[in-house]
Design a protein around this ligand. Structure first.
Ligand SMILES: Nc1ccn([C@@H]2O[C@H](COP(=O)(O)O)[C@@H](O)[C@H]2O)c(=O)n1
Ligand SMILES: C[C@@]1(CO)OP(=O)(O)OP(=O)(O)OC[C@H]1O
Length: 161
């Protein structure tokens, strides 16, 4: 049995914040604003996984009104969500994500992101985790560099015992 889920998220780019995407800190003049570390890519993966399980979304599990999650490490939030997957007897089929950003250039950091995500989601092969990036050709809020968006689709597979 398989379950699929998708996630979409946006965070504003501001000065004075680190730019953490896919668990990787990217050197850039601005960073993402949020209650947590605002890791837009990991948030979409979290939402996709929760969606696949029919468990709502990241804000339901880690409310942005709870001081416990102020500047929270999104990798830890995803680790917690992955436990829910394992408890329900699922493993990763594959995940495909897209980061939508005019800048910074993501390509040099994507292999590191894949490594981080593959470790948390306990991927058996690197090809189960795919991360892409695209600009919006300078159009819209991403094109103007006001924010970064991301989206992810995940497939979970029931473990056969
Ligand atoms: N922030 C980004 C955006 C894009 N890339 C890479 O550049 C390629 C071309 O982007 P287009 O928007 O013109 O399609 C894209 O395929 C990515 O490989 C990137 O590294 N960082
Ligand atoms: C991750 C959480 C944690 O409080 O905060 P934010 O960084 O604001 O991120 P968002 O994508 O709005 O999801 C909501 C929250 O769960």
């Amino acid at each position: 049995m398989i379950r699929v889920g998708q996630g979409f998220d946006v965070h504003q780019l501001v000065e004075g914040r680190p730019c953490i995407i896919g668990g990787v800190t990217i050197p850039y003049e601005k960073g993402l604003l949020g209650h947590s570390d605002a890791d837009v890519l990991l948030h979409t993966i979290s939402d996709a996984v929760l969606g696949a399980l029919g468990l709502g979304d990241i804000g339901k599990h880690f409310p942005d009104t709870d001081p416990a999650y102020k500047d929270a490490d999104s990798l830890k939030l995803l680790q917690h969500i992955w436990q829910l997957v394992k408890e329900r007897g699922y493993k990763l089929g594959n995940i495909d994500s897209t980061i939508i950003a005019q800048r910074p250039k993501m390509a040099p950091y994507i292999p590191q992101m894949v490594e981080v995500i593959a470790n948390v989601l306990e991927a058996e092969e690197r090809s189960q985790v795919n991360v892409k990036a695209t600009t919006t050709e300078q159009l819209g809020f991403t094109g103007r560099g006001e924010g970064i968006a991301a989206q992810s689709v995940v497939c979970l597979v029931k473990v056969m015992l």
